[in-house]
Design a protein around this ligand. Structure first.
Ligand SMILES: *Cc1c(COP(=O)(O)O)cnc(C)c1O
Length: 358
């Protein structure tokens, strides 16, 4: 590393590994929780027509007012709550961190959990505290968590509800205890809301420190990059000040509003993914040596025989299937792979490749 780079770049950034996205060319892509379905031809045509009146020479609506109105109606966001848009929910995580960051301030979450909480804490110069989940079933260790809240006094607690990469939903009474015990903000990250029947969105307002974050990525619009944050107005008005102007482009605003007006298409796709998830889980449960964990998301975490995850991952890849290898990323994820639920034929190709892995 050159002297300049070493001198200039903060040590906590130099020590960070950049977020890795593997090359998926030619592979069945079951690694990134994308919705595998495209739109019907007629809908694509209508969408392109809607885009014709979008003005690329003009800046977007800075607040995304039309899109926010469509989102409110589509998602049932309580009228009394504020609503902020982000360039993916990743940007909202960053805005939240920037709004509270001060020397000594901490972000707390659960491990294994979503990696961006930890990365963004570092970007913002905050400390990250990860409280381990229970090894048997990735449920909350409430005594450990209560002690950590008391000891660390985190400015923000992130709870992925359901959790990534484990796929489970935490006990509702236990998470309420966390909201009540937390000294700062509690962010419910409901990225997988389309794949579960539980949500804290209707409970916004019950606690002044609760906000709910969601994204359109996992419901079928990952390419658009649109996340949203709902919560008390006074709080969101402050967080909004950390947003870069015009963070949501005109194409995303128009496309997301269009897609949400045709939400039945996305909902139908979500239903198919849920059906495929059940089928995939049952088939995985029947494989010798494979332990799938119950999922309320569009992916399934599975444990393979000790020491075999790397080989199996490579063997799947040679068979043309890309999944995520989590072995070695976190102590509780030893021997674990994560597979996104794809189309029926993709899931079958994965199952065949897995059954024939050496
Ligand atoms: C995928 C994911 C996100 C990020 O979503 P984007 O809106 O695409 O940035 C956030 N939280 C969790 C838990 C996720 O799994």
């Amino acid at each position: 590393m050159s002297n300049l780079t070493e001198h200039l770049i903060r040590p906590e950034i130099r020590n960070l590994d950049a977020y890795q996205v593997p090359d998926a060319a030619g592979l069945i892509k079951l690694d990134a929780m994308e919705n595998p379905y495209t739109w019907p031809e007629e809908l694509r045509r209508e969408w392109l027509e809607a885009l014709q009146v979008v003005h690329l020479n003009r800046y977007p609506d800075p607040q995304g007012n039309e899109l926010r109105a469509v989102l409110r109606a589509s998602m049932g966001i309580p009228d009394a709550m504020g609503l902020l848009l982000g360039n993916g929910s990743d940007e909202l995580i960053q805005m939240l961190a920037l709004a509270v960051a001060q020397p000594g301030r901490k972000i707390l979450s659960l491990d294994p959990g979503f990696v961006m909480y930890r990365m963004i804490a570092r970007f913002a110069g905050m400390a990250y505290v990860g409280v381990p989940l229970r090894a048997e079933d990735f449920s909350l260790d409430l005594p450990a968590l209560s002690a950590a809240l008391e000891r660390e006094q985190p400015a923000i607690v992130f709870i992925a509800y359901p959790n990534n990469p484990t796929g489970n939903l935490f006990d509702a009474d236990a998470v309420v205890r966390i909201i009540e015990a937390a000294p700062g903000l509690v962010v419910f990250d409901e990225a997988y809301a389309p794949f579960t029947d539980r949500s804290f969105l209707p409970r916004l307002g019950d606690w002044s420190n609760l906000v709910v974050m969601r994204t359109l990525s996992k419901m079928g619009l990952a390419g658009l990059r649109l996340g949203y944050l709902a919560g008390p107005n006074e709080l969101l008005a402050e967080i909004d000040k950390t947003r870069l102007p015009y963070n949501i482009g005109v194409l995303t605003q128009a496309s997301a509003a269009f897609a949400l007006r045709h939400r039945e298409v996305l909902d139908e796709q979500t239903r198919r993914i849920r059906g495929e998830r059940s089928r995939l889980f049952a088939r995985l449960s029947g494989l010798d040596g494979v332990r799938p964990y119950p999922s309320e998301t569009n992916f399934i975490l599975l444990r393979v025989p000790t020491g075999r995850a790397g080989e199996i991952f490579e063997s799947l890849k040679r068979s043309g299937v890309l999944v995520k290898n989590l072995d070695g990323t976190q102590p509780l994820l030893e021997d674990c792979l994560r597979v996104t639920v794809g189309r029926a034929e993709e899931n079958d190709a994965f199952l065949v490749a897995l059954a024939s892995a050496p």
